[in-house]
Design a protein around this ligand. Sequence first.
Ligand code: XMP
Length: 311
Amino acid sequence: MSDWEGFIEQQTAFIRDAVGEGLAINALSGGVDSSVVTVLGHRAIGDRLKTVFIDNALMREGEPEFVVEAFAALGIPVERIDARSEFLGALAGLTDPEEKRQAVTSTFYRDVFGRLVRQTGARFLLHGTILTDIEETVAGIKRQHNILAQLGIDPEQQYGYRVLEPLDTLRKDGVREVGRRLGLPRQITDRMPFPGPALATRIVGEVTPERLATVRAATAIVEEELAEIETFQYLAVLLQDKATGIRDGRREYGEIIVVRCVDSVDAREATAVEVPWPKLHRICQRITSLDGVNRCLYDLTPKPPATIEYV
Ligand code: XMP
């Protein structure tokens, strides 16, 4: 048995022993970590693990369908929870980046997921925390990943409630390897990173359904056009400013989309990729065909001083 198979056996046994005859729940985002936890959990306890996909209105085009279908193909039922209006309501009127992130986090953990946990009576949460998350939390780089506190649950009052983190000794490359061995398709194991607060990190200023539709359409174009480029991450961002342009012979005050394509090893530093000029032209032409968008910019800034996302 290889080390990876040993790891899978060991963690499956850990989940099975911990949950016993009880019920567990996990939120699947479609990212690599939560996908691997979902498959491990189902291997361990079958349908006593309830897996939910929370539709927060901030996902990429076709994402909820893609995730539900990919797992149905693996024999794993995923319940799609429509929480779009809750998230949009929490984000309405907010423009400050930290307030926006906080609104997404608390709507997720405290309101939507918290309610699901209480409704199902699950006493175990399976969570895809990986070693890098723990290290970055300890180093103060990332916000605390304390699920219980985020759920507004006091472990003292709710004695017996446990969070299980079967991937907490792995880094991303290890998680991808475990995912492949568990039979997850490459489309999932090799996915590029996508932030938890989703498209909200790619809208400068207020997140509204209209602005989401614009950035979602631009994202789909960028992902389609750059799919063949092997790099760390690429994305589209909607700015808050507008610019003057001309469409159909008339002056138009339009939206500005930024395209970003970066290479990186671990997201701590990143450099802009030299995307071939014809490719950039094509992306620009497609993006400026979107309703109300009359400018498309390519971001050359490395990290630092920029970050990869804009919010
Ligand atoms: P930044 O923008 O900080 O992003 O250079 C570094 C990497 O992390 C992703 N990212 C996030 N992932 N929750 C996440 O799960 C977040 O709040 C978050 N913010 C950024 C980003 O996509 C990039 O890969």
